[in-house]
Design a protein around this ligand. Structure first.
Ligand code: HAM
Length: 423
């Protein structure tokens, strides 16, 4: 029996992978402009990092982690997200002591969540994310949001909606928490088992429950915005002013709570409005996580960031009908006729590639006609034909496939003359 790919994962093949590369390249280019530097952390971490960082009562930690014991009996987990690991590294590598503050980092790589697979939801998916650590200025919250929005826009997306909320500081959240407990407690028996546990542990998570989404108490739950103290309110207002200044339209949604526990103050999501996009419309999520560093044993350090998945990015491009410009042609196909000529093209091919050209030759001992067909399939701009006869005369025939024009050039100066043909 043949072995198939695990559920919720995918192979990204040539033809499709070029889209990924374009998005990744654009993300790196933007990070350079905004001065975020790449960080690469391990694919697995100690399980504690996520249970403490992401939060014990979240769906991610309770239901979705790929956790295993290694041969040394340590509990390890395939990373379900990037933020906790970046903050772990920030603390462990003492980046808080670096002269350049805030520390601005980005990452790109696979994340793992044991979720029910559906369109736009995978068990292995690739996140691009950024984290800015060490600043409490709402201007950096605006910068983080603007980088995400610009990345989507520069790839041609138009149908985007930015939703923001404030989860306030500790004082505001405590006041809100108490109001939530009072709101749900009298009728908590009508809620699912998970929500009953959440009531005392983390009542905010009730608002995020997929099972009890339709319960009437959900709509009438007290909003965090009513409980923001002056500092939090002021912080949120500043963020909104900055977004306006940056020409980034947004909507405030007091029900946006996000699925991870570490957030406070700013929380945001970018959604797609594109018609024909599946049920899952959140493309990107992020927010501020002051206190996460302390949670995992580090010093006090504020932070804000976002993550988006390339899978949903591509799904949105498809939904908006955006075709990325993918370079599918090659510069030169070396066709050979005769044994000696074939042997000669091995070295010639290397010369072309060293000179910076994309080049290919035949490896299937094909007839000349079939070699031309292969060149066509590769969308070769030029086909250089070398026969034993030409080889004897130190010549090679180069055909411009767009115009049909042919020139015979000296084999000795092939690369130089081939370069001149491009001008
Ligand atoms: P998150 O909302 O859990 O946040 O995930 C961020 C993004 O990852 C989502 O908006 C979505 O694009 C993508 N994503 C999540 N799960 C899946 C999945 N199963 N399949 C495909 N794509 C998925 C975080 O991960 C936070 N670490 C974001 C953050 C960074 N907050 C602050 N800094």
């Amino acid at each position: 029996m043949s072995i198939s790919i695990p559920r919720g994962t995918q192979d990204i093949l040539p033809g499709e992978v070029e889209k990924w590369q374009l998005i990744e390249a654009k993300a790196r280019e933007l990070c350079e402009k905004y001065q975020y530097k790449e960080i690469r952390t391990p694919i697995f971490e100690h399980t504690d990092l996520f249970s403490r960082g992401v939060g014990d009562s979240t769906d991610i930690v309770q239901k979705e982690m790929y956790t295993f014991e290694d041969r040394g009996k340590r509990s390890l987990t395939l990373r379900p997200e990037g933020t906790a690991a970046v903050v772990r590294s920030y603390v462990e590598k003492k980046m808080f002591g670096l002269p350049n503050q805030p520390v601005k980092l980005y990452y790109m790589g696979p994340m793992f969540r044991y979720e029910r697979p559906q369109a736009g939801r995978f068990r292995q998916f690739v996140q691009f994310g950024i984290e800015a650590l060490g600043s409490n200025d709402p201007a950096i919250d605006a910068e983080v949001i603007s980088l995400a929005m610009n990345l989507y826009k520069e790839m041609g997306l138009k149908k985007l909606k930015l939703i923001i909320n404030s989860l306030g500081d500790k004082e505001s959240r405590n006041a809100h928490r108490e109001a939530l407990v009072n709101h749900f407690k009298p009728r908590i028996g009508e809620f699912c088992h998970d929500c009953q546990n959440r009531l005392e542990k983390n009542p905010l998570r009730i608002l995020d429950c997929k099972v009890d989404r339709g319960h009437e108490l959900m709509n009438t739950a007290p909003s965090i915005l009513e409980f923001l103290n002056d500092f939090s309110k002021n912080y949120f207002e500043k963020l909104q002013r900055y977004l306006t200044q940056l020409d980034i339209p947004f909507e405030v949604d007091a029900n946006l709570v996000r699925g991870l526990d570490y957030y406070n103050h700013t929380a945001f999501e970018i959604m797609s409005n594109a018609e024909g996009f599946g049920a899952i419309t959140t493309l990107c999520g992020g927010g501020r996580y002051n206190g996460l560093s302390e949670e995992i044993g580090g010093p006090e350090a504020p932070g804000i960031g976002f993550a988006l998945s390339i899978e949903r990015f591509i799904a949105t491009l498809n939904a908006e009908g955006i075709e990325l410009e993918i370079n599918e042609s090659i510069d030169c196909y070396l066709a050979a006729l005769g044994e000696e000529a074939k042997e000669y093209t091995v070295g010639l091919l290397q010369q072309l590639r060293r000179a910076g050209f994309s080049a290919e030759r035949d490896y299937l001992d094909r007839k000349i006609k079939a070699q031309f067909k292969a060149a066509d399939r590769l969308k070769a701009k030029y086909v250089a034909v070398l026969g034993d006869e030409e080889l004897k005369n130190n010549k090679i025939n180069v055909k411009n496939m767009a115009t049909g024009e042919q020139v015979e050039i000296d084999l000795a100066s092939f690369i130089k003359q081939f370069q001149e043909l491009q001008e």
